[in-house]
Design a protein around this ligand. Structure first.
Ligand code: BMA
Length: 331
C-alpha cells in the first residue's frame, strides 16, 4: 500500500493509541507535560521547542526562559523523545569564522534537517523581533547565519527540502510587541541568503474565531501525497488576553503558496491545567512534529501556557480526511 507520508520510518517516536472515549482527531499524551518547571538550574520554563531524529535517537533546540526572565535557546538530547536531557548552559552561537555572536534573546525555535545539516530558525533580536537562522551538525557547535528577512517578523519555518530548486520559508510579519494582527507569508531563496518572490499565503479570520486575531506557522511541514501538511497556531482575543489554539492546513506540493484545505475549527485548544494555568495562561503553541511514515503516526510537540512542553498525537490519514471534510480556505 502506498504510504501517505513521504518520509522515513521512525518506529521509536512516542506514541499512545487514541483513548476510546476520545472523539477528536488529536489526543494528548497521558504523560504530559514532559518537561516540568526548572529542569536545570539555568532554565525556569521550557516550552515552544523543537525536536528532531538524530543518530537513531533525538536531539533538539529548546526555548528556555532563564531566571532573569530572558528567553534563550538550549540544546538537548533524548533517547525516547520524552525524557529530555537539557544542556546545563544556553547555546553559544558563533559566526562561520568561530568568533562569538551571542543573541540578546531567542525564542520559539524550529529545527529542520536538510541533507547533513540541521537548520534552526527562531525569533531573534535584530533591533526588534526578526527571524534568526543558524545551523549545526552535532547540536554542540551552533553557527549563526544572516537573518533571512527584515524585521519585524516571527514564526519562521523552513520546508524540509527545496521545491522547484528553491528553499521555501514561511513567516509572519509582526510588530515589536505582542502583535494584534498577522497573516502567514511565503518566500523563496536559491541559497538561504537571498530571499524574494514573497507571497501572501493565508489570512487570519474566517468563520473560526479561534484564529481571528493572528496566525503563525508551527512545526516543519510534513510531505504527504495530499500536499504539505502544516500545523499552525491561531489566536483569538478575549477580555482576558490572547488564547492560542492550533489547526492544520494542506498546501500544494509543487506550489506551496497554494492552500488546498484548512481547518475551520481548531484541532487543539487549551483545556488541561498545564495549558490553561501558567506563566501565560491559555496557550498551546506547536513548534515540532516527529512522524513515522510506515504507520502514519505523528507526535506534535507544543508549548503549554508558556511554561511546559507537551505532546499530542494524531494519525495522518484520519487527520487529512478530517481537514478535507472540515475545511474553510481563507486566502
Ligand atoms: C507569542 C510568542 C510565543 C508565546 C505566545 C504567548 O507572541 O512570544 O512565544 O507562546 O506569544 O505568550
Amino acid at each position: 500500500m502506498r504510504k501517505t507520508i513521504n518520509g522515513n520510518s521512525l518506529p521509536n517516536i512516542p506514541w499512545e493509541e487514541k483513548p476510546k472515549e476520545c472523539s477528536d482527531v488529536i489526543w494528548r499524551f497521558s504523560g504530559n507535560p514532559i518537561i516540568d518547571r526548572n529542569p536545570v538550574p539555568k532554565a525556569a520554563r521550557v516550552y515552544n521547542s523543537a525536536i528532531v531524529p538524530y543518530k537513531g535517537e533525538f536531539a533538539g533546540v529548546f526555548r528556555a526562559d532563564q531566571k532573569n526572565g530572558r528567553a534563550t535557546l538550549f540544546a538537548g538530547f533524548s533517547k525516547d523523545a520524552i525524557k529530555i536531557n537539557l544542556d546545563q548552559d544556553p547555546i553559544e552561537w558563533i559566526n562561520e569564522d568561530g568568533t562569538p555572536n551571542p543573541t540578546s534573546f531567542a525564542y520559539d525555535p524550529r529545527v529542520v534537517n536538510i541533507d547533513d545539516t540541521y537548520y534552526i530558525l527562531w525569533c531573534d533580536d535584530m533591533n526588534g523581533p526578526s527571524i534568526g537562522l543558524g545551523r549545526t551538525i552535532d547540536f554542540k557547535t551552533f553557527i549563526r547565519l544572516s537573518n533571512p528577512l527584515m524585521p519585524y517578523n516571527r514564526n519562521g519555518v523552513l520546508f524540509p527540502r527545496k521545491i522547484n530548486g528553491k528553499y521555501m520559508l514561511l513567516s509572519r510579519p509582526s510588530d515589536t510587541g505582542h502583535t494584534p494582527f498577522g497573516d502567514i507569508f511565503i518566500s523563496e531563496s536559491p541559497d538561504l541568503v537571498y530571499w524574494g518572490n514573497h507571497k501572501h499565503l493565508m489570512s487570519k479570520g474566517g468563520k473560526g474565531w479561534w484564529q481571528g486575531t493572528k496566525i503563525g506557522a508551527g512545526p516543519i511541514p510534513i510531505e504527504t501525497n495530499e500536499g504539505w501538511l502544516l500545523f499552525y497556531h491561531g489566536v483569538s482575543g478575549t477580555c482576558n488576553g490572547f488564547v492560542y489554539s492550533f489547526g492544520a492546513v494542506i498546501l500544494d506540493l509543487d506550489q506551496p503558496s497554494k492552500v488546498l484545505y484548512r481547518t475551520r475549527d481548531y484541532l487543539l485548544t487549551p483545556e488541561k491545567d498545564y495549558e490553561s494555568v501558567g506563566f501565560v495562561p491559555n496557550v498551546v503553541f506547536p513548534c515540532a512534529n516527529l512522524f513515522d511514515a510506515d504507520t502514519g503516526r505523528i507526535a506534535i510537540y507544543y508549548g503549554a501556557a508558556d511554561t511546559y512542553t507537551a505532546i499530542a498525537f494524531t494519525q495522518v490519514d484520519e487527520l487529512i480526511q478530517y481537514v478535507k471534510n472540515n475545511s474553510e480556505v481563507i486566502i
